[in-house]
Design a binder for this molecule. Structure first.
Ligand SMILES: Nc1ncnc2c1ncn2[C@@H]1O[C@H](COP(=O)(O)OP(=O)(O)OP(=O)(O)O)[C@@H](O)[C@H]1O
Ligand SMILES: [Mg+2]
Length: 217
């Protein structure tokens, strides 16, 4: 579950987000749409606890993020939130397998090599465990990043523009993969995108206003 109330946020003097109430129930899927600069990525950062809102409440999987210390928020993110950002941030000093393993370690979870192997297999990149991320194609790297995002069985998956640079066929495939992973865990899924090809796939939608539509402080 993801829930925000009277959320306001901005950068510098600019107001970017002003959301009175928005909620996605456990296991449901929501698309966050809106033109470039409307605050889609900013909202995902707030949901992930990577930024703190100017005002308002953000609850993820029942947890109010403001009630957590920075260290506890990092731990919570590692265990409960699967993040798939536009740049994958895979560590090239580690193998693909160890990138996925590291996600468990950073979240303070016990080693589980079988689980790491399974998510890579499920996503069709099980053969690539020993290679360095820099040798992967874009699509392979994205699958590895998705494996890392879901290895801890997060309650919530947040994906930022997962399909914007893809052709139609890859777009459908990637969207289906993310949805399948969300279904497998019963996770709540929030996808931020201006890719109109994804709009029909989501029953719920939050549409953010164009930049400049809000007030300047
Ligand atoms: N770290 C930052 N410092 C200052 N301004 C920022 C910062 N990050 C984003 N912004 C501004 O906040 C606004 C919203 O940005 P954001 O990246 O959330 O939009 P978006 O909807 O994700 O856009 P896109 O579709 O291009 O990805 C933009 O005007 C952007 O310039
Ligand atoms: Mg964005």
């Amino acid at each position: 579950m993801v829930e925000v109330e009277t959320l306001r946020h901005g950068h510098g003097r600019r107001d970017i987000l002003d959301i009175t109430a928005w909620r996605v129930d456990a296991g449901e899927r929501c698309l966050v749409a809106g033109p470039s600069g409307s605050g889609k990525s900013t909202l995902l950062h707030l949901l992930a606890g990577l930024a703190t809102p100017r005002s308002g409440n953000v609850r993820v999987a029942g947890q109010d993020l403001a009630d957590l210390s920075p260290a506890a928020r990092d731990r919570f993110r590692g265990r409960s939130i699967g993040l798939l950002l536009q740049s994958f941030h895979l560590l090239d000093t580690l193998s693909v397998f160890d990138n996925v393993r590291l996600a468990r370690h950073l979240a303070g979870l016990p080693e589980d090599r079988a689980r790491c192997r399974k998510v890579l297999d499920d996503l069709g990149v099980g053969e690539l465990g020993d290679v360095r991320p820099s040798t992967l194609s874009h699509g392979q790297a994205q699958r590895v990043a998705l494996a890392r995002a879901v290895v801890n069985r997060p309650a919530v998956i947040l994906a930022d523009e997962p399909t914007s640079s893809l052709d139609d066929e890859s777009c459908g495939r990637v969207a289906a993969l993310i949805e399948a992973e969300a279904d497998r865990q019963g996770a709540t899924l929030v996808v931020a995108t201006h890719d109109s090809r994804l709009h029909g796939r989501f029953e719920q939608r939050l549409v953010l206003d164009a930049p400049g539509a809000g007030s300047e402080r």
